[in-house]
Design a protein around this ligand. Structure first.
Ligand SMILES: [Zn+2]
Length: 435
């Protein structure tokens, strides 16, 4: 602040300082002013922020930062004290104590089995956790076993680690969980009351789903049940930046009397197909955009649509690429063709099953060059851009479904979801596609 004064009270009373000069002076002084403020802060440890990941319960954070659960809860007040911090939210850590690395477990039986599994003396673990009777059932009370270099996380019993594909979830995106279980278990995973597609490959655990583009912001509950053990739950932070495009469409003449019943029949038939899970991934690299050349993205995924002045009740379930008629269309990834025919709404259509409940679809094509049952490779020619079905011009509508739900294929690619999932399955994902 002394520098600041020196300029203004330096005896140059007759100098006229314009607004522009003041802006310039402030521009150069601002780093010093900020530094000045920083130096006047109290020297005690300031609050820090923690991005909450799966298993960061109050108990786990208390070990990670060496602070009592009560002070963490007081700094992150919520009327329900039993509610755990949401994955993807930011927890305030008031100061910091002595952090401890180690493992948190919630044994159902006595401490003896835990001591044996972790190869630790029973009396030592009992004393460290204040357990008076190490031979009585612990009923999921958290037990801390110090050691190692990993911060303790409060995960479902028997799960060595657990990750989410994105800490903060956005509506319209594919969401994944991957982890490692002790042995091949029966696992049920539920998000906001809807069961996710769950897969076990040896000790690898995967769960996948999509959220519709109408999901707002909030903290829905993620729940995992392994065998018949009690439910593990943690909320998950959803943010909707609301960057959606809004489209008002006017239907007149022939377009206005579209056969609604035919639309419904086609939709029901395809939804039943998209619900099927082939429990093996068929792809082996990143997904590709189906066109090597196109004019523009004429409608992104999730664009809100209102018809004839009505409310925005539907959204665009895929990505539209406008392109010249006849432009070659390629498979995004390897898989099995399950639909290759003319449909009422979607016109010349190809739908490919990639395994693990993941499907891609290519619509309005003038030509369909594959047949149901064909195994296609990534990049294989499957058709040509057209304007068949309910379409008003040459374009390719490309969609992607996970767990029977349309997701944003562009976000899927940007996040590298195809390889993220393969890694969670225990497979590698070559950077160069197998084409
Ligand atoms: Zn479209």
């Amino acid at each position: 602040m002394t520098h600041h004064k020196a300029v203004w009270a330096g005896g140059h009373d007759h100098i006229t300082i314009t607004i522009a000069d003041m802006k310039l002076i402030f521009f150069w002084l601002s780093p010093l002013i900020i530094l000045g403020f920083a130096l006047t802060l109290p020297t005690q440890t300031p609050d820090s922020l923690h991005l909450v990941l799966p298993g960061d319960t109050w108990t786990a954070l208390s070990y990670q930062y060496g602070l009592p659960v009560e002070s963490l809860q007081a700094a992150n007040y919520h009327p329900n004290r039993h509610r755990q911090p949401a994955i993807g939210s930011t927890a305030v850590i008031p100061g910091a104590g002595a952090a401890q690395m180690g493992t948190l477990t919630r044994p159902y039986g006595s401490l003896l089995a835990t001591a044996v599994r972790h190869n630790r003396p029973l009396w030592q673990i009992a004393r460290q956790n204040g357990v008076a009777s190490p031979y009585l059932p612990l009923l999921y009370r958290p037990i801390f076993i110090p050691g190692g270099t990993a911060p303790p996380r409060d995960l479902p019993a028997g799960m060595a680690w657990l990750e989410v594909s994105q800490a903060v979830a956005h509506p319209g995106q594919a969401l994944g969980l991957r982890g490692m279980v002790q042995e091949e278990e029966a696992i049920t995973t539920v998000l906001a009351g809807n069961e996710m597609d769950s897969f076990i490959n040896g000790r690898y655990f995967l769960a996948l789903t999509g959220t519709g583009a109408f999901w707002g912001s909030g903290q829905p509950e993620l729940a995992i049940r392994i065998n018949d053990q009690p439910l593990w739950t943690q909320p998950w932070q959803f943010n909707d930046p609301n960057l959606w495009e809004y489209q008002q469409l006017t239907l007149t003449g022939a377009a206005a009397d579209i056969d609604q019943a035919a639309i419904e029949v086609e939709r029901e038939r395809l939804l039943a197909l998209w619900e099927q899970n082939t429990p093996l991934p068929q792809w082996s690299g990143p997904f590709q955009i189906p066109l090597t050349t196109y004019l523009e993205i004429s409608s992104p995924f999730g664009a809100r649509r209102a018809y004839n002045g009505g409310p925005y009740r539907t959204y665009h379930e895929g990505v539209d690429y406008s392109a010249y008629g006849g432009t070659p269309v390629h498979a995004s990834a390897a898989g099995t063709v399950v639909i290759a025919e003319q449909l009422y709404v979607r016109g010349g259509a190809v739908i490919i099953d990639h395994g693990l409940g993941i499907y891609t679809g290519f619509y309005h094509m003038s030509e369909v060059l594959v047949a149901p049952g064909d195994n296609v490779q990534a990049g294989q020619l499957i058709g040509a851009v057209g304007t068949t079905g309910l379409s008003t011009g040459n374009h390719l509508h490309w969609d992607l479904l996970v767990d029977g739900i349309w997701v944003d294929a562009q976000a899927w690619q940007e996040q590298g979801m195809a390889c993220w999932i393969l890694a969670g399955w225990g497979s590698s994902c070559p950077a160069v596609d197998d084409g």
